[in-house]
Design a protein around this ligand. Structure first.
Ligand SMILES: Nc1ncnc2c1ncn2[C@@H]1O[C@H](COP(=O)(O)OP(=O)(O)OP(=O)(O)O)[C@@H](O)[C@H]1O
Ligand SMILES: [Mg+2]
Length: 244
């Protein structure tokens, strides 16, 4: 699905990540973790072209992406993005928010078709009856699910999540994690998920990429991450035992 080769990323002349290499297989739940400030969001922003890589390449479904990515790139039609803040527009209803990627990428679609597709996604996240509310009338968890419906509206092959569980209570987090796993299993959507929620990682991670010190500390299966002898990995999974 996605291969990152010798990627460096940063801001201005400041390099945050160097020599990053990994591959994500189709249908995989790939989790990026690491302590705050290690560069998780920077990696995601580099791949999706919000802050293009300084060096290296990203291959998506066999094609090398050319940064800066044009707005009408095929890549943006095949991915979904779920930002930490949900980023729903308050001037639009939930339904209009979910329809936004369709309106942008398929201006030829009739309003009726767009609404039908958006309503189907809203039903999947149990928000159909709230479709005419504006985001400020929704709870944090509802906004996250609404943002997930928007991320799914183009039937993406991969969804990029940046800490989707941030700020949610444990019950809502579990509901959201279960929904992510269900969509991954039922629809085969590949996940690139940045998170440092241990419970969510335990529930959902298949592959793990741990960043630190400007590079990769660990890359492998979740089971191997939990058994790892690398001190930074052990600390991450069991900070009370190994200290900070
Ligand atoms: N827009 C920006 N301009 C300049 N520096 C930035 C910018 N965004 C992030 N940084 C810096 O890049 C480094 C990595 O930040 P990043 O947001 O990728 O961390 P993170 O791993 O996502 O952390 P968190 O878990 O807190 O979200 C930090 O030192 C941060 O100060
Ligand atoms: Mg971040």
């Amino acid at each position: 699905m996605l291969t990152v080769t010798d990627l460096s990323a940063g801001y201005g002349s400041r390099v945050i990540l160097k020599d990053i290499n990994f591959t994500i297989e189709k249908g995989e739940r790939f989790v990026v973790l690491g302590t705050s400030g290690c560069g998780k969001s920077t990696l995601m922003k580099a791949i999706i072209g919000l802050n293009p890589p300084m060096k290296g390449s990203v291959e998506f479904q066999g094609n090398v992406l050319e940064y800066p990515l044009p707005e009408n790139t095929d890549f943006y039609q095949k991915i979904g993005i779920l930002y930490q803040s949900s980023a729903l527009l308050n001037s639009l209803t939930l339904l209009e928010n979910v329809m936004l990627p369709l309106t942008m990428h398929h201006p030829d679609f009739s309003l009726k078709i767009g609404e039908d597709i958006a309503c189907e996604k809203l039903s999947m996240v149990n928000l159909y009856e709230h479709r005419n509310k504006i985001p400020s009338e929704l709870s944090g968890g509802m906004k996250k699910r609404g943002a997930l419906a928007r991320a799914m509206v183009l039937d993406p092959d991969i969804i990029f999540f940046d800490e989707p569980q941030a700020g949610l209570d444990p019950v809502t987090t579990k509901e959201l994690d279960d929904l992510f796993i269900k969509l991954n299993e039922d629809l085969g959507i590949t996940y690139f998920m940045v998170t440092h929620e241990l419970l969510s990682i335990r529930r959902s991670a298949q592959k793990v990429l741990m960043l630190g010190g400007g590079g990769i500390i660990f890359h492998g299966s979740f089971e191997d991450a939990e058994k790892s002898d690398i001190l930074a990995v052990k600390k991450f999974f069991n900070v009370d035992k190994y200290g900070v």
